[in-house]
Write a protein that binds this ligand. Structure first.
Ligand code: FAD
Length: 399
């Protein structure tokens, strides 16, 4: 029979109670769905490469299949498993629609260069997967102590649980259906308005594998929403997200200064000693103690709800660059806060979002100005022209 397994590593960099609780509750549902299909689900604890090899030996497995992930920590687990396994070890890529290793063999320069490749390839990949063959051989279903697993992980409880979104594949399917019905028709018009808030809210489900991007893309493609809305959403879900995987896969410094494009490092270097009007410590950023109520409100939204609106994420990161002593510190502060508080953090989209906002990644030079050099700038006044800024601040900060 086919078995499924997930291994809980002793500590995942940046993950806290909010993340582990969402992941484990979702995994519990996945386990029940798999068990109902006759596929026993195993929850392992310890070093993933070693534990997977041990389970493979215990089950006398004929082969092991893993999913693609471009991040350093998971690649190390896979390398460890590859070294320890005595049977064939295969990788599929359900993290993407067109597999990352297939669409390109190099770091792409921009969304434009990757988009051109999708035009040719998407029709071969955007289709319903084959139904699962019936499982004829039956195996014993392991009993899992989910609460004990969470207790043993002992995650950072300073980042509390969030009430919404509810975890799990069932909640993910409901969220997708509700998005298609209620918000997708306006997505192309209002996705950058944090008050209208028409984004899908799917990123935590996509991040934890509780929803496949293929499922979301198929349902959106078949929906009756205006073509412009469907296209705008699929551009984010497919092109932007696969561009992030491409960067992290081909650039080992995806979360470091060295990974940024050479032109961006040059311009930031040239403006290194520019006078900063404000400089904040990581703690001041974390506690939302800047002079800018919009920035503080965005930070409060992320801390409290586990999600900052996508448009404000750009503003938020750019201001960290403007108010930090060095661009290197700014990048690390943004990654630390995003990974710690966002439910969808510790994700290729996050490392790329930060590198795009403050390091010119997948972007081009703009007009030169202090601190930023030629990195694209965003201002509070520009935000006020786009949405009801006072209302956003009022919604998230009570003075
Ligand atoms: P929707 O607008 O409904 O988009 C649907 C899906 O498309 C998203 O779930 C995501 O998979 C993909 N997507 C949307 N925008 C982008 C983008 N700009 N780049 C890549 N993929 C995209 N995304 C994360 O998933 N995790 C993060 O930690 C994260 N951190 C970010 C940090 C910064 C500084 C910035 C500028 C962006 C970050 N993003 C991150 C990208 C983007 O903001 C989020 O994916 C999006 O806001 C998630 O909400 P949603 O699912 O409702 O988005």
């Amino acid at each position: 029979p086919c078995h499924a397994a997930f291994c809980l590593a002793p500590s995942f960099p940046g993950a806290a109670l909010r993340h582990y609780a969402f992941m484990l509750e979702g995994l519990g549902q996945t386990a029940r769905e798999l068990n109902d299909l006759g596929i026993p689900f195993h929850l392992l604890e310890g070093e993933p490469g070693i534990q997977i090899a041990r389970l493979s030996r215990d089950l006398n497995a004929g082969g092991v299949v893993t999913d693609f992930d471009p991040l350093r920590v998971k690649r190390a687990w896979q390398a460890q498993a590859a070294a320890a396994l005595e049977v064939e070890f295969l990788e599929v890529d359900s993290h993407n629609i067109v597999p990352c290793r297939f669409i390109s063999n190099k770091q792409e320069w921009s969304a434009f260069t990757l988009r051109k490749k999708f035009t040719r390839l998407l029709e071969h990949f955007l289709h319903e997967p084959e139904p699962l063959p019936e499982q004829t051989a039956r195996a014993e279903i392991p009993q899992i102590d989910w609460d004990g697993a969470l207790r043993r992980l002992d995650p950072d409880r300073a980042v509390p649980l969030v009430a919404n979104p509810r975890p799990g594949p069932d909640a993910a399917r409901k969220q997708l259906a509700e998005f298609i019905r209620e918000r997708l028709p306006r997505y192309h018009l209002e996705r950058n308005d944090p008050i209208a808030d028409v984004q899908s809210g799917l990123s935590p489900y996509l991040h934890f594998g509780q929803l496949a991007p293929l499922r979301a893309a198929l349902e959106v493609s078949r929906s009756g929403a205006p073509a412009a809305a469907r296209e705008a959403f699929l551009e984010e879900l497919i092109v932007r997200s696969e561009l992030a995987d491409n960067y992290c896969h081909f650039n080992p410094d995806y979360d470091r200064w060295e990974g940024l494009p050479a032109w961006a490092r040059r311009t930031l270097d040239a403006h290194r000693s520019d006078m900063r009007e404000y400089v904040y410590t990581v703690r001041e950023f974390e506690d939302g103690l800047t002079h800018d109520s919009l920035w503080n409100a965005a930070q409060a939204q992320m801390k409290k709800t586990g999600k900052m609106h996508g448009f404000l994420r750009m503003y938020w990161a750019k201001k960290i660059l403007e108010w930090s002593e060095t661009p290197e510190q700014a990048q690390q502060t943004a990654i630390f806060l995003n990974d710690r508080y966002s439910l969808d953090g510790r994700d290729p989209n996050g490392y790329v979002g930060v590198a795009w906002s403050m390091g010119g990644l997948h972007d081009r030079p703009w007009a030169e100005r202090p601190v930023f050099g030629t990195i694209r700038y965003m201002s509070r006044a520009g935000c006020a022209r786009r949405f009801d800024l006072a209302r956003f601040v009022d919604n998230h900060i009570k003075y």
